[in-house]
Design a protein around this ligand. Structure first.
Ligand code: ZN
Length: 315
């Protein structure tokens, strides 16, 4: 009566594995929280152990259980009773759910290891950019290197390097080299358009519109996903960013954010009130890295599971 599932497991075994992945995910999520809060401050992610960010009291082991501790402490520090950000349990919960999704999609395979690692990097970057508008180099550069190594073992679901090698050199490189080439092409394709756009923006507007953090993040994403995945990440990220960005700016304008400032500026002859208010709203710094991260995860789960077959067209 136990039916065999996708990876030849019994239903009971399947449930145990899913629970394991969830618990593993929330524990890793707890470590990601440490990275998210300490990396932007240039603090060590190894020591000291967990502390309350407000009173700096060390957190006891039983109060450090991912997700659940926050619930039974009702979101307050046991020592100082000040609120603990819901970001902590949310990051843990989300990591747990993404680990489960990864297991359902990729089973227990080398590909699953690659995507688990990738989604941890993306979680750190996505939340850090949202919190402090920063995509730290200590994540993106090693992430790029890791992406290339992973791609030489588990090829990105792409085919661009394969196509180019065959068309230009009539040569099919060994699998590891092919994977590495797919990663390198993906990194270049993901980062160069953003880099060009950032340079152009600076030239036209005379100020930084986008940091190079986004460029490095996309090099990392491309190294994991290949050219096609990088393309869809840029596309979805830009669409999502434009939509949310316009929504935020319109909301800030309609709710009267910066109105008093604009009235004062207008009295000093800096222009008409409404124009100044639009200007203030448009200064809102969009966390582009956050949108790119969400887009990259969509690409992993939607586009990385089915493969494209370039074979028949080339022969
Ligand atoms: Zn405290």
């Amino acid at each position: 009566m136990w039916e065999s599932t996708k990876y030849g497991r019994t239903a009971a075994g399947h449930t145990v594995i899913i629970i394991f992945f969830f618990l593993f995910g929330i524990v890793i999520g707890s470590f990601l929280n440490v990275c998210i809060t300490r990396i932007p401050e240039d603090l060590s992610i190894v020591s000291p152990g967990s502390r309350c960010p407000r009173c700096l009291a060390p957190i006891k082991a039983y109060d450090n259980v991912p997700v659940f501790a926050w619930l039974w402490l009702r979101g307050k520090c046991r020592n100082c009773a000040l609120p603990i950000s819901p970001m902590y349990p949310l990051v843990e919960l989300l990591t747990g759910l993404l680990f489960v999704a990864c297991n359902l999609e990729f089973g227990i395979t080398q590909a699953a290891v690659k995507w688990l690692f990738f989604l941890c990097l993306i979680m750190i970057l996505t939340v850090t950019d949202l919190r402090v508008r920063l995509l730290p180099d200590v994540v993106t550069w090693p992430g790029l290197a890791a992406g290339l190594v992973f791609s030489s073992v588990v090829q990105p679901n792409d085919g661009t390097a394969f196509f180019l090698c065959l068309k230009l050199f009539h040569w099919v490189p060994p699998a590891w080299l092919m994977g590495l080439l797919e990663g390198i092409l993906g990194a270049a394709f993901g980062s160069l358009p953003l880099w060009g756009f950032a340079a152009l923006y600076k030239l036209v507007r005379g100020r930084e519109g986008m940091g190079l953090g986004d460029v490095k993040m996309m090099a990392m994403v491309g190294a994991f996903l290949g050219v096609r995945g990088a393309f869809f990440t840029l596309l979805f990220g830009a669409l999502l960013g434009s939509f949310i960005g316009l929504l935020v700016i319109a909301t800030m304008y309609l709710t009267g954010t910066g109105r008093q400032l604009a009235v004062r500026a207008s009295r000093r002859g800096l222009g008409e009130v409404n124009r100044i208010r639009w200007f203030i709203a448009s200064q809102y710094h969009l966390p582009l890295g956050t949108f790119l991260g969400i887009a990259a995860l969509i690409v992993v789960f939607v586009f990385s599971s089915y493969s494209i077959d370039l074979g028949p067209r080339l022969r």
